[in-house]
Write a protein that binds this ligand. Structure first.
Ligand code: CTP
Length: 253
């Protein structure tokens, strides 16, 4: 994971990082004898969304994108065809010939990228911290200061992950992330797993946001649970999670 210069970050802000064919066929590399015979094409989302208030301001959240970027690095390092949809994060993944990165800014941008990308992938790992509300409507000019009180009107955003349930093939797997207060972690994550018809959900306490470490609890549809031993660096948690998904979804070695 690297921190680009400010000018890099700005020029990348809403563009693709690399020009590559967006979707590669799911074929084994020449040295793939010890790899899974068929392994997943993985679509990962990471980072916050920025929802414009006017032409110069936005509503955002504290997500750094670290967990999703770590997952994209771990997945591409295995030789798995990986696409990362990355929000306005200052971080970028390490380059890999197996990794394609597309940038988004708003929930609407991400919605469009997901609808284009999802049919060409097998797993969706939705680590992005998507806004639940956005200003309505955002004027395309700068709002001027006055001496009177101002109220922002917000509208709910669509639930992108839940909406993809109806647009998924039976062989596709959708994995959500739930950031919850520690004392309600498992119950609330379990509710989200069911409500969004997910195949699995990674429950993690709110302190995980913007941290280098994560204390993950993995819940699968059907009730199975898996937990690593304590808190892990996000890079190590990414490796653990991919192994756990592969085992849970029966990807054969
Ligand atoms: N998510 C999404 N679209 C949204 C909000 C969330 O796809 N508009 C996804 C997140 O990327 C995450 C999962 O849903 O994988 C759970 O997100 P979270 O914010 O924890 O849950 P919410 O649905 O927002 O519910 P709540 O406000 O009760 O936490």
């Amino acid at each position: 994971m690297t921190e680009p210069s400010q000018s890099d970050a700005q020029s990348d802000a809403q563009s693709e990082d690399r020009v590559e064919p967006p979707f590669e066929p799911n074929v084994a590399p020449p040295s793939g004898a010890s790899r899974p015979r068929v392994w997943p094409r993985v679509l990962i989302t990471a980072g916050p969304t920025h929802e414009p208030i006017d032409s110069v301001r936005y509503l955002a959240n504290r997500s750094s994108g670290k967990m999703g970027i770590a997952l994209a690095e771990a997945s591409s390092a295995r030789g798995w065809t990986t696409t990362l949809l990355l929000g306005p994060s200052a971080l970028r993944p390490a380059d890999s010939s197996h990794l394609t990165v597309h940038r988004f800014r708003t929930t609407a941008d991400l919605q469009q990228l997901l609808s284009q990308s999802w049919p060409h992938h097998d797993w969706l790992i939705m680590a992005a911290a998507v806004a639940d509300y956005r200003p309505k409507p955002a004027p395309e000019v700068k709002i001027r200061r006055t001496s009177t009180q101002m109220t922002l009107e917000l509208e709910p955003t669509p639930d992108l992950l839940a909406a993809l349930a109806a647009a998924s093939r039976p062989d596709q797997r959708r994995i959500g992330f739930a950031l919850e207060p520690a004392d309600e972690l498992i119950q609330r994550a379990g509710d989200k797993l069911a409500r969004k018809s997910l195949d699995a959900i990674v429950a993690n306490p709110i302190e995980t946001m913007d941290s280098d470490r994560i204390t993950a609890h993995l819940l699968f549809a059907g009730g199975r649970r898996a937990e690593p031993a304590g808190s892990l660096l996000k890079a190590d948690a990414a490796i653990w999670l991919l192994d756990a998904f592969a085992e849970g979804f029966c990807v054969k070695g």
